[in-house]
Design a protein around this ligand. Sequence first.
Ligand code: NAD
Length: 970
Amino acid sequence: MTTGTSFRVAADVVPGVVVDRHDAVEVTIDGHTMPAYRGDTVTSALLANGYRRVGDSIYLGRPRGVLACGIEDPNSLVTVTRAKANTISETMLIGPTVEVTNNMVADHVQGIGKLAETADPEYYDYTYEHPDVLVVGAGPAGLAAALQASRAGARVLILDERATFGGNLVGTPEAVIDGKPADTWIAETVAELQANDDVTLLGRTTVFGAYENNYFMATQRRTDHLDEQVPFGVSRERTLHIRAKQVVLATGSHERPIVFKNNDRPGIMLASGIAGYLNRYGVLAGSSIALFTTNDSVYPLARQLAELGHLVAVVDVRTELSEVALQAVAAGVNIISASVVCDTACNDQDELTGITVAEYLDDGALGATRRLEVDTLGVSGGWSPVIHLHSQRQGKVAWDHEVQGFVIGQPRADFHYAGSVTGSLMLGEALANGAHAGAAAADATGHFSFVEEPVAAAGHRGPVAALRMVASPDGEDAEAYANHFVDLHRDQTVADVLRATGAGMSSVEHIKRYTSISTGNDQGKTGAVNAIGVMSELLDGHTMDDIGTTTFRAPYSPISYVGLAGRQRGKLFDPLRKTAMDRAHEELGAVFEMAGEWRRASYYPRAGETKAQAIRRETIAARNGVGMIDSSTLGKIEIRGKDSAEFLNRIYTNGFLKLAVGRGRYGVMTGVNGKVFDDGVTLRLAEDRFFMHTTSGGAQRVLNWLENWHQTEWSHLDATFTSVSEQFSTVAVSGPKARRVMEQLATDVDFATEAFEFMEFRHTTLDNGIPARISRISFTGELSYELAVPTQYGRALWDAVAQAGASYDITPYGLEAQRILRAEKGFVIVGQDTDGTNSPQDVGMDWVVSKLKQDFLGKRSYALDDFQRDDREELVAIMATDQISLVRDGAALVTAEDLDAPRPVATSGHVTGYYESAALGRTFGLALVRGGSKRIGEKLYAPAYDPPVEFEITPLVSFDPEGTRRDGQR
Ligand code: NAD
């Protein structure tokens, strides 16, 4: 693996400004134990010790090397284990950003990591920040902005994801600011900012998301770089929630590669990567180095490498040498102009050994070629401004031909932009517009100041050539482009883009998804612009600008979920909702099940009973005697306002205008598509006041649905909606003896059938003093009453009902029994018997859909052909012929012919619930069956069973179809 081509340079030659050569550590990378210095990263340590390979590529398994010196590196992804107690190994970390600690272990992964399987024992936290001015990026532009804004008196928060401040300026030996070496200017500026109590300057802090109203989120990595374990309670990461009045984006730019044949070999890097490793870490990435460029940014590096005796040549695609290039020539740099690198070669260790340089002809074709023996190639295809946070906020971006990059198209309100994010690569400009951005931002928060621009020597830059892809020396068909890599993390080539355009795609969004370009760990930081460049080349008449770029999404770079969760971990994460009567169920030995977030009693087994026996006993009690169930979880929404009835009339499929005060009505809600999405009984408390019940799981969705229609379409209707689900606890008493139990509970109320009709309700005070609403609603088909009381009386209500019913052997029943009782009656459970595609008519609720109402949500759908189809799935009951078979929910149903036909066959439908029924003395279930209501008597089969279970289709209501039991015994 090691060739020794890369190495650490002697301190007196290039010191490397971010490493401390007096503080040695030892690290193990990919199984090799090696020395490093404090300040090194995984990749700088690797290169310093002569290793250049990182993980192989994700799909093709091609050998890859370090590409960049920062967050934009798509190749070096590591799993890191630190030598301290109470840390877990973390994966998919970007090698150039991982600082070494003593005895750490880092292992490269092949594009995909594996999460640690143990829980993370460390501590995570968050803070809220409200600066006047947020400065993102502490390069020269950001520092100048923060300096200016803080001198104006503004409260400034300045954040940079790197460990050191100064951005790309760090370790640029040629740069001078205000007459001082740039590194001195950085140190003095940082010292001034740190001394100011109104300034917070944080390194190792990534602003990863930008949201409405200048809300930003950032992650600060606080302890990873420390050797020692910090005490528990000191957070490893801190999430910053930032509300900034003004923002300065000084996020810089990323260099990008050029696409050519075999451009992915270890040893091929970004030129800025070579410069970064050299000047920041004192590490030379190779011994004989060529540079390949479209622009002037490589020339300071070229001169430095020439001086060190390691430069072979600069291949510059431009025909005319710029002033900067000419100065380099004068300083001894060998430039091969009007040429490109069109291929590379390697040895059997997969290390770069040479490049093929071709003349670059006017039409982009390749001319004469020659070979250069080099072990390293530094590439610069131009610079892409880091516009991510602007784009996350839907800020417009535009292609700038001069910059050869996507730049800010239109500034966002309260955003200021400074430095190379604007496209300018000149230090002097970065400092000047940094100071102006800082002043403007501070000014906007009421802090005026005179602008003091830090001054740097004026530089000069020649034009940037528009080259993103070099033609293949092997021809024009797709195979000739199979090793022209566009996205290194996703292993996607020009051939892959050709496949996408060949399939007819021309939009960047489609091609991104078809090829997966830019969807990797690096989110296309180095690959996206080249992908668009390749597209514009392949799609005649499409320019960079009209292809455009995709909108960036948070996070800017990978962040940890655990950091986002902060302290909200463990059981707190998914709160368990219990009703006020939960303890009573526990005391009764209930077996619980989850219904959404709610914990509900499933059944109450008695000593020695099986689950089936318990459920059977509970259903028998509710049919023959009396049962009670905690139905507190039902969603409840109070609706007030003089137009409430009109509002409900539009929301529900049936009429609500004429519902009398004191009565309730069952209603079904559908989407505008006419498909059922919730149901429940709504009571009319007063002319202008309703009390709606929703399904337990649907409460929030329904509230949003009401609010949405009210706020967007019918805001002129006077209606307000209040969620009161938790305000009331409810017990339903059901069974022929229910009336007798009720008479014990509320002696004031006349429970005679004629005095208290079905779907009526009463407000009363129970004999024990609890205020209650009693409604005659039934979900079992038996005589039933629902008692709703303020939640603080929930437990007392349960006990009171149990006591009143004791002499009638009142039996608590759970969800399992309730499912059977309601299925026997053909009552639908939305979400169990419906799947979002069914109309009310499909599930036996034609009667709930008004034929008279002018309009209601969903009405127009029913006129569509699709709703008239004879073969719509309809809810029916099914009965196993053998009377005892049981099948799973969801079991597919087919006809007798299809049972023996070669697979695949179309199903006739599926089972939505299948049960054992004591009342029917057999098993039965509900099923959605094509044209079901017209197929009563037909046989269907569940082929998943051996032998297949045979069923007969029967009408939806299996028990007491005439409804004779609803009023109970007189
Ligand atoms: P910069 O690249 O120096 O600094 C940008 C800083 O922003 C970096 O430190 C980066 O870590 C940080 N950053 C970016 N996104 C971030 C985020 N989301 N959260 C936290 N930090 C984030 O850019 P600048 O200040 O605009 O200055 C540009 C400098 O780079 C000048 O010195 C310029 O001359 C130089 N430069 C030179 C060349 C060249 O031709 N050699 C090319 C590019 C830039």
